[in-house]
Design a protein. Structure first.
Length: 126
C-alpha cells in the first residue's frame, strides 16, 4: 500500500501520505478512507503529503477526482492542502489538481513545506 490515512486530533486535520508509485486506484482508496473519517469526526480539513510520491495518474484521472468530489459524501467546507512532490512531473500533476479543483469551487492549495500547509488549514478552523 503506497498510502496511509490518519486523523490528527491535536491539529483537527486528516492526513493522507503517499509514498512510492501512486496510481489513480490508490488515490481513490485513500480518499474513500479520508471521507469516512471526515464524516465520523466532522472534520473536513485534509493534509495530503505527496512529497515522496511517484505519481502515475493521468490528467483525465486527476480531473475525475476533482469532478467526483461533487458526487462523494463531501462538504463544500472541505479544504485540501497538498505538499508537492519533489520531481517536476509530480509537481505538474498536483498543480493541475489544484487548478481543476479550484475551477470547480473547491478550496485546494499546494505547498512545498508541511508547516505552511498546516498553517493554511488552521485558518479555516472555528
Amino acid at each position: 500500500m503506497a498510502w496511509n490515512v490518519r486523523y490528527l486530533p491535536e491539529e483537527g486535520i486528516i492526513e493522507e501520505t503517499f509514498t512510492g508509485y501512486v496510481t489513480a486506484a490508490e488515490v481513490g482508496a485513500s480518499e474513500k478512507e479520508c471521507f469516512k473519517i471526515a464524516a465520523e469526526k466532522d472534520v473536513w480539513l485534509f493534509l495530503t503529503d505527496m512529497k515522496n510520491a511517484d505519481i502515475k495518474v493521468s490528467v483525465t484521472e486527476i480531473f475525475n477526482v476533482c469532478q467526483g468530489y461533487s458526487t462523494e459524501e463531501t462538504k463544500r467546507s472541505m479544504r485540501v492542502a497538498t505538499i508537492r512532490p519533489t520531481d517536476h512531473k509530480g509537481r505538474e500533476s498536483v498543480g493541475f489538481y489544484e487548478t481543476a479543483c479550484t475551477n470547480r469551487g473547491w478550496f485546494v492549495k499546494n505547498f512545498d513545506e508541511r508547516d505552511a500547509a498546516i498553517e493554511w488549514l488552521r485558518g479555516f478552523q472555528d
